[in-house]
Design a protein around this ligand. Structure first.
Ligand code: GLN
Ligand code: ZN
Length: 756
């Protein structure tokens, strides 16, 4: 049985790509050094797959920033404002990814969005009315040839035209206006790959796992019937992932694809679809090994499923359920995890081994006797997770009323107005301040044992005192302590909760050069001890202004972790919510009057199909969030913060989180959410981010003022907050200081005009 990999991580097992790219941004590395490192990484990744015996190895899945952006480049879709900078290819590419501010101009980055149900973010292509889509780039071909020259036979991978058009944004035109151009471009891509000797090409169409309209189906068929008619001898694999393709299955089967890649892990209907009929002239690429989670595959279940699949389709190639981009490289370097945990974990490299083993077992009708199979079965039979009976009984005794905060928000609003007496347009930040060299050194020194706990904590206090001073000096209204003790908003809490495991090197790319190290839920969750209380007491002691307590919410902690597979997400989230609730009440008890519970990743586990949103997720996730704060006094002000996704369509659910204030990312998505807020009769006070912190640009006072004015066209002034669109930890002080000064001055000036 053959094996296939949809895509491989690219940041480097030691995050080499991150470091060289960031060094290039700073001017410390040359373009040649950047390219050389990239080449080295690609080679390493192909070699791993080849050594692992993978038959279908991907090329073209490497990226300096993002695959959607690569596809835009390939198709010559570069908005005018970036072309006008007159940069080289690489620098134009990075200007689109992160914005540019300098001698040559001042342009914002393209928007960024979450990639389906992952914590990976893609760059949203922007198709202008006069864009002429055509094959322009060469990266895909260069990498295919590079692999070939290194003796790796690969299948080039490209994001498909349909997904690309559906995820892009437009000026006045729409997707259907570009169908002919884009189809021609893809025909050119396939033809060229064919000429270069590619046997197979993988075209990714993950959008097929979402709800499709009849127009979508028509568009899909229009693109692919034209494309496949001209594909020549190259074999085309239509690859889907993150769910099943129930709305498109019949169309897909009817088209002359050579291979179809389906997700049997997340695709609830996938097996039924295949049972309804598969095509005898197509190869089924079956996604059987989870590409999003890090648990060892259960061979008994998988082989049973495979047997079932083989009754309806042949030949079958086995693979991962999605690109391995979403898991870390390997579990091998983890020396601090208990041995019992390591045995049940599988990252990218271990998944290569699983595929190789499954391919042998899958072709062997006596597999039940094989040692490999037996050891896997023993592993899963012996799986014991840390059960905590106190957690179980606490969950069991929850009542309806535990999920409801009283009095109602309108009454709280009046009470809090008096208590806090904040000015109109109160200013605040989202929590973190720049993680400067000094901040990181403090952490590394402590971790390496170079400094004592006392020294480490003294430094944290010094950093906090400085940042509190700064905030007072520039006149922010609600202050934060800066989060210098946090490496990551989830890891920090997880480390203080029982039931989580932490890795040292298991990084996963989040966006661009940014990586996260998701914790692993390994047992029942409970709070070991108060987490942020001491820090908050210290920071509040430095100022008379309100100091926000800063917590991460249960949905974000869960959604940014690798969840258990033996207990429902709802149950895991409830356990975390109770731990955070304890922390909220402890903060309130020591006099912290404003508490922010971040839910940056609330939307992340929203099912891709709208019909599943409430039933499978929101109906329990929103109440679970409320559990964190339903016990506080009316005068305690609860904030939440959300970022990086579209909120319009779940705006009522967000309001049902029942926080007093919500701040959110809006600047990169053109404040589109404001209309939704107005139309939904949103009740919480809101702080739509007034500038984009994901770019080093410094917004001017006028620019911020104009943004606030736009906000005030839809948000009543007594409910509007002024803040950046996210935490500042990825920024430097160079841009943060002037940006925040501009923000405060803009708000103050506007406030003065509003008073009269
Ligand atoms: N409070 C967090 C911070 O400022 C929020 C981060 C986030 O939303 N991603 O860093
Ligand atoms: Zn944010």
């Amino acid at each position: 049985m053959q094996t296939s990999i949809i895509g491989y991580p690219r940041i480097g097992s030691n995050r080499e790509l991150k470091f060289v790219t960031e060094s290039y941004f700073k001017g410390a590395s040359t373009e040649d050094e950047l390219l050389a490192k990239a080449k080295e990484l690609r080679f390493a990744h192909w070699k791993k797959q080849a050594d692992g015996g993978i038959d279908f190895i991907s090329s073209g899945d490497f990226s300096f920033y993002d695959g959607m952006l690569d596809t835009a480049f390939l198709l010559g879709i570069i908005p005018k404002r970036y072309r006008d900078l007159g940069f080289s290819g690489v620098d134009t590419y990075f200007a689109m990814a992160k914005g540019y501010q300098g001698e040559k101009g001042d342009v914002k980055a393209l928007s960024m969005r979450k990639w389906f149900t992952t914590n990976y973010h893609y760059i949203v292509p922007e198709i202008e009315d006069d864009t002429a889509i055509a094959l322009k780039g060469s990266k895909l071909f260069d990498e295919f040839l590079e692999a070939k020259a290194a003796a790796f036979e690969t299948k080039p991978v490209v994001i498909g035209a349909f997904t690309f058009l559906k995820l892009a944004t437009y000026e006045h035109k729409q997707a259907s206006d570009f169908v002919e151009q884009i189809t021609k471009a893809y025909v050119d891509i396939i033809t060229r790959l064919g000429n270069l000797g590619a046997q197979w090409i993988q075209i990714d169409e993950p959008i097929l796992v979402t709800d499709l309209t009849p127009d979508d189906n028509a568009l899909f068929t229009q693109i692919y019937s034209a494309l496949l008619a001209q594909k020549g001898s190259v074999k085309v694999l239509l690859q889907t992932y993150f769910g099943d393709i129930r709305d498109a299955y019949d169309d897909v089967i009817a088209l002359p694809f050579d291979g179809i890649g389906l997700d049997f892990v997340e695709g609830k209907e996938t097996l039924n679809l295949v049972k309804s009929g598969f095509s005898p002239d197509k190869t089924l690429f079956a996604g059987l090994v989870n590409g999003k989670n890090i648990w060892r595959n259960n061979y008994t279940k998988t082989l049973k499923l495979l047997t079932e699949i083989q009754k309806h389709a042949a030949p079958v190639v086995i693979g991962t359920s999605c690109s391995l981009l979403h898991v870390p490289y390997s579990i091998v370097p983890e020396k601090k995890l208990p041995e019992s945990a390591c045995r049940v974990l599988a990252c990218a490299e271990e998944k290569l081994i699983e595929l190789a083993e499954l391919s042998l077992l899958g072709g062997d009708n006596k597999y039940a006797e094989s040692a490999v199979y037996k050891s896997n079965r023993a592993l899963h039979a012996g799986l014991e997770k840390g059960v905590n009976s106190a957690v179980t009984s606490r969950l069991g005794s929850l009542k309806e009323s535990d999920y409801i905060r009283l009095p109602i928000r309108r009454e709280r609003f009046t009470i809090q107005k008096q208590v806090f007496n904040l000015p109109l347009l109160p200013t605040t930040t989202i929590g973190s301040f720049p993680q400067t060299e000094e901040v990181r050194k403090n952490r590394t020194n402590y971790r390496k044992g170079n400094i004592t706990k006392e020294q480490y904590e003294a430094k944290l206090r010094e950093l906090t005192a400085r940042v509190v001073n700064f905030q007072e000096e520039i006149g922010l209204d609600v202050l934060v302590h800066g989060e210098f003790e946090r490496n990551d908003m989830v890891e920090y809490f997880g480390e203080n909760l029982d039931g989580f495991l932490f890795t040292q090197f298991a990084w996963v790319q989040s966006y661009g050069t940014r990586c996260v190290k998701p914790p692993i839920v390994y047992g029942d969750i409970s709070r070991k001890q108060p987490i942020t209380v001491e820090t908050s007491i210290y920071a509040q002691g430095l100022t008379n202004k309100p100091m926000k307590g800063m917590l991460t919410g249960p949905m974000t902690i869960l959604n940014w972790s690798f969840p258990r597979e033996d207990v429902s997400n709802k149950e895991q989230a409830t356990q975390i919510a109770l731990a955070i609730r304890d922390e909220v009440l402890d903060l309130e008890a020591v006099g912290i009057t404003i508490i922010q519970i971040d839910e940056a990743a609330l939307r992340e586990k929203l099912p891709l199909r709208k019909s599943d949103w409430h039933r499978e997720y929101l109906d329990w996730a929103i109440p679970v969030f409320r559990l964190t704060h339903s016990g506080v006094k009316p005068e305690t002000q609860i904030h939440t913060h959300m970022c990086y996704s579209e909120f319009q369509d779940i705006i009522c659910d967000i309001d049902a989180m029942d926080t007093d204030v919500i701040t959110f990312e809006a600047s990169r998505s053109s404040l589109a959410i404001l209309t939704a807020i107005k139309e939904s009769g949103f009740k919480a006070a809101v702080g739509p981010g007034v500038y984009d912190i994901h770019s080093p640009r410094v917004p001017s006072e006028e620019e911020i003022r104009a943004t606030i004015e736009t906000i005030l066209q839809t948000v009543p002034v007594e409910k509007a907050w002024v803040n950046p669109d996210c935490g500042l930890k990825t920024r430097g002080n160079t841009e943060t200081i002037p940006s925040l000064k501009n923000l405060v001055v803009a708000a103050k000036k506007l406030r003065n005009t509003l008073k009269v």
